[in-house]
Design a protein around this ligand. Structure first.
Ligand SMILES: Nc1ncnc2c1ncn2[C@@H]1O[C@H](COP(=O)(O)OP(=O)(O)OP(=O)(O)O)[C@@H](O)[C@H]1O
Ligand SMILES: [Mg+2]
Length: 236
């Protein structure tokens, strides 16, 4: 569904990604791993039209989107949750979710969507009038994810959703993402610091170093000597 071909991109004159090729198939969870500064976030930002693309193409459902603006990508069903817990801190949970669902015009459809979101994230329902700022780290991550899901995306771009969560919550979040993928038929491209968790939980993983993909594969790459040597200490 998503194909990134020979992509070179960066910020202004500064090229960060060099000839990157990444594919995400229907209903697939794909992880991007690699050390700090490798360019993982830059890949997600490039898909979401937030970088300077100097070479290559990005296609989504057989349509080229390389030159699309961010709002056009949203319309096509791509949703992006940036690194850090990006909610509207002063607004309530209810208001944050309303922003996520602002394009749902039908009242009935909106309340159905909201009810469905609460089945996925029951904790949010109990704190509707609380500000996003007052939530715990894990809850804030849930809210960011819930907001992105309000618009029924076909492709979800998640930048380190497990950052700062306890190992237990990290595991729960991955399980939840697998559940969401099955239920919503959404493909997920996820940046994850913890190489082991990423490889175990995703269908496929790409390893990025210095702006280039240096390895890709399914769960079997956990056995790869380089992955074993360098990355299986846990986090980078
Ligand atoms: N807005 C920007 N302007 C200029 N350079 C940037 C900008 N954002 C990121 N960079 C640079 O691009 C490179 C890759 O950054 P990126 O955020 O993609 O890395 P990352 O793999 O996501 O790292 P981390 O694991 O720390 O989040 C870094 O050298 C960074 O300094
Ligand atoms: Mg990053």
């Amino acid at each position: 569904m998503l194909t990134i071909q020979n992509l070179s991109a960066g910020y202004g004159e500064l090229e960060i990604l060099h000839n990157v090729n990444v594919k995400v198939n229907d209903d697939e969870i794909v992880a991007l791993i690699g050390p700090n500064g490798a360019g993982k976030s830059t890949i997600l930002k490039s898909i979401f039209a937030l970088t300077t693309i100097t070479h290559g193409t990005i296609t989504f459902n057989a349509e080229e989107i390389t030159q699309c603006k961010t709002h056009q990508l949203l319309e096509r069903g791509i949703s992006y949750v940036p690194q850090g817990r990006i909610n509207f801190g002063d607004l309530t949970i209810s208001e944050n979710l309303a922003i996520g669902g602002k394009d749902i015009v039908e009242k009935q459809e909106y309340s159905e969507r909201l009810a469905h979101i609460f089945t996925l994230f029951p904790v949010l329902k109990t704190k509707l009038s609380h500000t996003a700022f007052s939530l715990s780290g894990g809850e804030q991550q849930m809210l960011a994810l819930a907001r992105a899901l309000m618009q029924k995306p076909k492709l979800l771009l998640l930048d380190e959703p497990t950052l700062g969560l306890s190992p237990k919550l990290q595991k729960e979040l991955f399980t939840l993402l697998q559940h969401i993928r099955n239920l919503e038929h959404v493909s997920i491209l996820i940046v994850e610091q913890n190489a082991k968790k990423a490889i175990e939980s995703a269908d496929r993983t790409y390893l990025l170093e210095n702006g280039s993909i240096i390895m890709e594969g399914g769960k079997e790459i956990i056995e790869n000597p380089k992955i074993q040597q360098v990355y299986l200490g846990g986090s980078y």
